[in-house]
Design a protein. Sequence first.
Length: 343
Amino acid sequence: MEIQKVRKNIFLAILILGTIAFLWLLKPFAYPIFWAAVIAGIFGPMYKGLNRKLRHPDLSTAIMLLAVLFVIILPLAVIASVLLAQAIDMYSALKDTADIQQKAQGIIDLLKGNPYFQKLDLDEKALTEKFYDVSGSISKYIVGYLTDLTQNTLLLIINFVVMLYCLFFFIRDGDKLLRSSFYIFELKDEIGNRIYKRFTSTSLAIIKGTLIVGVIQGTMGGILFWSVGINSAIVWGVIMVLAAAIPGIGCAIIWAPAALILIATGHIWEGIVIIAVGSLVISSIDNILRPLLVGKDTQMHPLLIFLSTPGGIAVFGVSGFVIGPIITALMSTLWEIYEKDYQ
């Protein structure tokens, strides 16, 4: 018995080491695999309905992959190309040091002539240096982003291929993989299905809610910036789409500083228009639609959504706006299961 116990412990140690090594190998492709799982969970019910009619799993999966390409990936590629062109234009404008100095001096002169700023007794030299530093940082960031994008094109293609390859098998063999996972972790079918449904429902709710709110707010913000004459309005509109993922703050992190800069530089009415439209219209969309689209479907408290979304973005990057709430939803589901079945 002791020998068998020792052999079992050795085997378990080898199994754990092998599993850790395998997961370490998958680490570079963690995000493509995650997004493949999310998309498969969303499109899974449509695949099952289609396959019941065609009775050909490979053909049904191929049709769903084409649907994913046309519904999700193609629009994203078009938006990315437009955003890249705008970013290049913005960099071209920022790299002109003489033009930056001229604009900086013009803004400082306007601030000096403003009676409200005169009362603050601002240090002109320190303000000029700070403006140069901020402008230089923005320029360096755009240069670095474009350089990384160019150098990582091959990696981006590899990740895209990995995601599609995983997506094919996740859609086609998702049920088999789930049943195997339930068996390995000794989960009842009821508990495993509950965890899986919470994963898919949270993913769909977060993506649907964030995209709808973000696209509406970003489009309105881009049009607003274009109407008041702000350059690179498309870039700022896309940035607002991304900023909309942050509950409670959202697009205000973009339009509020822009309005203050316009007012400080003498464009009073333009700044007032941005503040009025941003606070009364753009922010109202977030307050009205997000609880309806996200909170209702995820069945999570607004405080948990508020904390998990920026927390996920801080830890996992852009993908964190989905990963954070999913982790929180799964955590709450596991506690519910523990209270009901294991306590």
